[in-house]
Design a protein around this ligand. Structure first.
Ligand SMILES: [Zn+2]
Length: 535
């Protein structure tokens, strides 16, 4: 066990937190020498799901490209699942393991540029989800008619909780075939398109033709009924397919009208849906929901808001089904643009939480969107920084949602031009199309677009828990102002109103003064900026 003391030194103050990480965290969370020498090309996951025994068995064929010569390959699989054997070109290989990490000793020389395959055969009773999707695994449930209703979820925990893979986010597989033998009479819905069904064995073959992250891969088994629609989108014809429990068809046909509305709003703000080739699906599951790529899972009980609740407390949160909008928003930020390291998870959750307000903006106007973002601000805790610790599969504060959203909303005010702001959001989705990224890369691209050094801004909001405090004092006609509680070199243009007339100020850590017209008693700061005020 390693004890790691991590100290963030940022300008004028230091934030430190003591964290204990294990060797397993490092094996899981870092690009180990046994991972970095090969590049994922293709998976064929082929499993039999036995709901009666809560047992799975099968194999994953892993095809990879050799980047540099190495003879040991790391694959992850979490106990109690067990690797039975690993072969390459039909030859069985020796495997040593360190709990979740399995080290395959390759015998064939690994030549640079070659495409090779290993076949990992495994079986066992996978971890059962305790509180899906947060504490995930397999959910073995029954529907109202007593039929099996089974689903996987594994974000954070890792996809290796149910199938053997390279369980690190930096390397996405380029395409994938998912074959699932489901219990008789039931259907399996996974990612991508249904390529074929083997009726004899009740095996469903789904093919994903785009890069996909590990936790995005999923199995959903149920007594499903299917309906669909065609959406005329920015990139042409998009198939939108819906799989729901048979009893819920009528409800879903009405309720899922939010899906094309979502597509309209997000294509407008973020650019074309990133997976036309794989279609878009909503799939009903026995838990709240998850952003599984091209098969977004749904369990919001056909209610508006978050299980009927408005997270913003403004009423606007009840205008849409939170799970449809939020989880589908992740198709752009999580599935298209994917973090390399869990420490940067705000790239998924901050932008997606913000996408909820952009949905409102598109359909109900900017005032509604502004009210929503300001409303969810009440959920911010500022308990620890949004960015977590790198290389140990560590997520930052839950503030990555609401504070992440408010951070972006503040930037939008600085841009002060929604056409430009939209260009930035769409630009991110084309610049990082089907890529894995770091926060640093995101910051730089936005900074270039805005022609501003945004390093102090992002340091402030993502890497500390401090909120800038705007201080001002008035002497006659002179207004003096500055920011306190900030990192070094922090500045931010803000809009204030004096007698209801908008005035832009650019406070820094130093006092500045200006002579102004108007009565300062009536000074108020535009509430769209996420700052504190100390008059
Ligand atoms: Zn999310």
């Amino acid at each position: 066990m390693n004890k790691l003391l991590v100290a963030f030194t940022l300008g004028i103050f230091t934030f430190s937190q003591a964290q204990t990480f294990t060797e397993q965290d490092t094996l899981r969370g870092s690009i180990t020498p046994e991972r970095e020498w090969w590049d994922l090309n293709y998976y064929h996951l082929d499993i039999d799901v036995n709901a009666d025994d809560k047992f799975i068995s099968g194999c994953n064929t892993i095809r990879y490209k050799v980047l540099k010569p190495h003879q040991v390959l790391q694959v992850d699989l979490q106990p109690p699942l067990r690797i039975e054997k690993v072969t390459q070109d039909g030859v069985e290989l020796e495997v040593t393991n360190n709990i979740n990490a399995h080290f395959i000793q390759l015998t064939k020389p690994q030549k640079v540029g070659e495409l090779n395959e290993v076949v990992v055969t495994y079986s066992g009773h996978p971890k059962e989800a305790v509180n899906a999707p947060w504490d995930g695994g397999f959910s073995w449930k029954k529907d109202a008619n007593g039929k099996d209703f089974v689903a996987t979820s594994c974000q954070g925990l890792g996809a290796s909780v149910w199938w053997p893979n390279k369980d690190h986010m930096y390397d996405e597989v380029d395409s994938m075939l998912i074959s699932v033998k489901a219990p008789k009479g039931l259907m399996n819905v996974s990612n991508g398109r249904l390529r074929s069904i083997d009726k004899e064995t009740n095996t469903y073959n789904w093919f994903v033709s785009n890069p996909i992250n590990n936790y995005g891969v999923n199995v959903n088994i149920g007594d499903y009924i299917h309906f669909d629609e065609i959406y005329q989108g920015e990139k042409g014809v998009l198939d939108m397919d819906y799989y729901v429990l048979k009893d819920n068809l009528e409800k879903a046909e009405v309720h899922f009208k939010d899906a094309p509305k979502m597509m309209q709003a997000f294509e407008y703000w973020f650019g074309p849906y990133p997976f036309y080739e794989d279609s878009f699906k909503l799939v009903e599951v026995p838990y709240l929901g998850m952003e599984h790529q091209s098969s977004v899972t749904y369990g919001n009980q056909y209610k508006k808001g978050y299980l009927g609740r408005d997270l913003s407390g403004t009423g606007w949160g009840l205008k849409f089904d939170f799970i449809i909008i939020h989880e589908a928003g992740h198709e752009w930020f999580a599935n298209n643009i994917t973090y390399k390291d869990a420490a940067d998870m705000w790239v998924h959750e901050g932008f997606t939480c913000y996408s909820e307000s952009l949905f409102l903006d598109y359909h109900y106007g900017t005032e509604a969107a502004n009210a929503y973002v300001q409303g969810i601000r009440n959920n911010i805790r500022n308990d620890k920084p949004i960015i977590g610790i790198y290389n140990v599969n560590h997520e930052g504060s839950g503030d990555m949602y609401y504070k992440g959203s408010n951070t972006l909303h503040t930037l939008r005010q600085v841009v002060n031009d929604d056409r430009k702001w939209r260009t930035i959001l769409r630009g991110l989705n084309s610049e990082f199309y089907h890529k894995t990224v770091t926060t640093d890369e995101i910051e730089k691209v936005i900074g270039i677009e805005m022609k501003r050094d945004l390093k102090p801004f992002f340091d402030q909001y993502l890497r500390t828990t401090k909120i800038p405090v705007f201080e001002y004092k008035v002497k006659g006609k002179k207004l003096s102002y500055r920011f306190t509680n900030t990192v070094e070199n922090f500045t931010l243009p803000i809009k204030v109103y004096i007698d209801d007339i908008p005035v832009w100020l650019e406070p820094s850590n130093e006092w500045q003064s200006e002579k102004m017209k108007g009565s300062f008693e009536n000074l108020r700061v535009d509430p769209n900026f996420y700052i504190e005020i100390n008059p």
